[in-house]
Design a protein around this ligand. Sequence first.
Ligand code: C2E
Ligand code: CA
Ligand code: CA
Length: 748
Amino acid sequence: MPARLPPERALPAGQEEAPHPPAARDPAWIEAALDVSDSAIILTDGLRRICYVNAGFTRMFGFTAAEVLGRMPSEVLLGPDAEPAQKDTIHHGLRTWGQVRCEALIYGRSGQPRWVSMVINRPPGPQPDPLANTTTVLSDITLTKMHEVLQKKVLEGMVHELPLQELMLLVCTEVERIAPEVTATILSVDDDGRVHPLAAPRMPAFVSAAIDGLSIGPCTGSCGTAAWRGEPVLVTDIQSDPLWADYRALFAPTGLKTCWSSPIKTHQGKVIGTFAFYFHASRIPDAFHQRLVEVCVHLCEIAMERDATRKRVHQLAYYDVLTGLPNRTMFKASSEQTLTRLREDGRSAALLFIDLDRFKRVNDSQGHAAGDALLCEVARRLTSQLGSQDLAGRLAGDEFGVLLRVDDATQAVRSAERILQTLGQPVQVLGQTQLQQASIGIALFPADGADIDTLLRHADQAMYQAKSDNRHGVQLFRSEMNLRTQARAALEQALRQALDARSLTLHYQPQLMAGPAHTLYGVEALARWQHPEWGPIPPDQFIPVAEETGLIGPLTDWLVEEACGQLLRWRQAGLSVPHMAINLSARSFHEPDFANHLEATLRRLGLAPSDIVLEITESVMMDAHQSTLHNIDKLHAQGFCLSLDDFGTGYSSLSYLHRLPISELKLDKSFVQDLAGSPAARALIQSVMSIARSLDMVVVAEGVETISQQEWLENCGCPVLQGYLFSRPLTPQALRDWMELRDSSGAG
Ligand code: C2E
Ligand code: CA
Ligand code: CA
């Protein structure tokens, strides 16, 4: 019988120095030394029966020596559920090599499984029974093995893209298999601090259902409190602990007494879930449980964080970051699904294409932060108008799509008008009150299109019509609108060809100094396009198309070359044209190198910047694009004269004028034309004159058509006049004739 000796007797005092202490050969000393080992050691006799186990064996499996001596090791350790193959493997190994090394799952006295690494040896040389007289050393590798098994299963699950809930269920069931006394639960904690059960296989369903959606807090059971505190919470008596006051009754039928919950955190430390062990006994978890929890929490962290990242990637790919609405891709996909269902049910719907009016202006004048805030507010208002079956998405910049369940066109129009009205309410943007109008085009399903692409295209065309008709309105799609878009596409195509063929031309309109002599101040170059079949196309029509399609770049290049070349030709012919005014589009100023490019062109042609006046509109001045300001400053520094075109129609803010490098104001023709009938127009012109004078700017009045307009403007001190009264825009030859005629008639 193995006697257990106190370890202090194993090495009597005073013998430490001896190289080979005689006690080392003392069986009692040896036995005591073996008992302190963490490994379990088993010896068998010639009849294969256990004749010795050390104390480590009892600690590991719970069996006392008395309970196992005289029995077969396999009977004790492998248990009734062990795989027969395991025994065969061991026997085969001993017979063949006299040694076996393996890993095995062994059930202890209480039925708790332990993973062990097992080494079995028998005496060397031929034996009457190769399975007898063995020495078995078992080391507990449960934690390592558990870690390995759990980790392998969970990671494999991740590789196979298992949903998070399945992964978490796997963790719980695996843990409950290893530690049968445990009931494991995993909760997620959302951004609003509410918990949601992810896995709780042994917890009654009514408990999980009741927990779902509860808020975390300082006194909300073990899990809610652990999530709130960000640290583990152990409650060993659920029925009396104050932390559980609110949940006692709920848990009473489960008979659970202990709950030990640990927070699951992201690597930045944010709590995203909890992992809990419940016990039916009132107890403190042991080292094994602690290790188990550590492993599980770590795996949960990886799995949940990865899941969150995947959701975020999904969000980024399919949702608009700014407004949180589905993006175009997502909106189209969801709409397509809805349409399929509607088709099956024989029901109808309306696709609304919503476009904000003059949104660019907000962006340009108040900056992108204001534009962003406005878009978010629009998205919020839009969603507030939707029913549970409706869909909304952000299609592009300031365009939104909405798919509404409606029965007919009347209902669709009514809904669209309600949306318009909501969007039209004043908005507070960065401290300023704004009014944002919108236009809505409607295409009906299935009448105007059977698929989402057609519906979007048709609703877009209807919106375009709404916009050009009366601004902020609602328009139903009509089939003839298709033609309009086709015409626009054809216009783009034709313009491309015209630019390639250099078939655009420039006409020049004289600008005259006030006073009896009406000396020529300069000429303004205006683009003209004569299409071989369609006839003359006004610049108001093709310039916007060029701007939208990027053709404005080549168009501007061409017009600068052409206008400058013409100025040179006139000068070479002895005609005195003091300078050439060229209209520039806001788009050109987005080119980072625009100013340099312009200056290089002039230098190449042998002209100076002072020969050219660049007409730009207020939208250029207000453009928040980073290159715009840089180009403006550069052009000014290079000596170009900048002229503010259509002055008075835009922001009408005189206050910012002094901050801009502007030397000329072009008073919009609408004011000139209102002169006679509108005292307000006259007052405005007068104040523009006085401000321009104080800022040393030249005012050019456009659209002067009558002698009375001319007289009033001259009396008011307007220095330069331009308009049909003096001349329409002319071909180069016609301008030459016009000037020669004036010279001969002695006009100036
Ligand atoms: P804008 O720069 O304000 O040009 C003045 C417009 O007023 C011209 O129209 C001109 O023909 C017209 N106009 C001149 N005198 C009178 C008058 O006494 N009465 C009336 N009712 N109109 C008069 P146009 O040529 O049709 O050009 C329209 C607009 O197209 C221009 O307005 C300008 O914004 C744009 N545009 C024209 N050519 C170019 C160009 O080469 N480049 C760019 N970027 N825009 C251009
Ligand atoms: Ca102009
Ligand atoms: Ca103008």
